[in-house]
Design a binder for this molecule. Sequence first.
Ligand SMILES: C[S@@+](CC[C@H](N)C(=O)[O-])C[C@H]1O[C@@H](n2cnc3c(N)ncnc32)[C@H](O)[C@@H]1O
Length: 168
Amino acid sequence: MAHVAEIEIGVSSGMNLPPYGPGVEHVTEFDLSEKMLAITRRRVAEKGIDRVELHHGGARTFDLPSESADIFLSTFTFCTVPGLLAASREACRVLRPGGVFVLAEHGRSTRTRGRAVMCAIEPLSIRVSADHIARDPVPYLMSAGFTITEDTCPQARHLWRPLRVDQL
Ligand SMILES: C[S@@+](CC[C@H](N)C(=O)[O-])C[C@H]1O[C@@H](n2cnc3c(N)ncnc32)[C@H](O)[C@@H]1O
């Protein structure tokens, strides 16, 4: 895909940043942690990564234009977003028709015992790291107007689960 515009929430220390190919035109990054953004800024400067714009805050803070991105990326960040339906709708709004939401999440275990452990420790994980570890993002994404088009590890849902989520 040529001239791709991407938005990522939860850039953290910028582990997803390089390498961008020439087809990527612009990347808009958000994170709630100024400390993490400082690390990313250093990484961007050291590696000479261009076409990247870093913002402090959640994606909604910046009132991004509708239908302005081809890719919306979130890796292990959606589990920490409190209003998941609103965030999923926002992702859908900013994506262009045919745009793709690439999501990696641990989700909720499909194994009874794993699920029970996740549910039991979730109140603690929310308090300590804002992590809703037992929450399945899929129903929220579907309610927001997405459809799951690629599930990289359907057999490994108890571990982590990269999804490609397209607009309906
Ligand atoms: C668990 S880290 C994941 C970082 C990185 N994406 C990765 O895969 O290694 C979650 C990051 O998302 C950020 N974050 C949480 N909620 C956010 C939101 N609503 N908007 C933007 N960033 C958020 C946190 O500050 C944290 O740096």
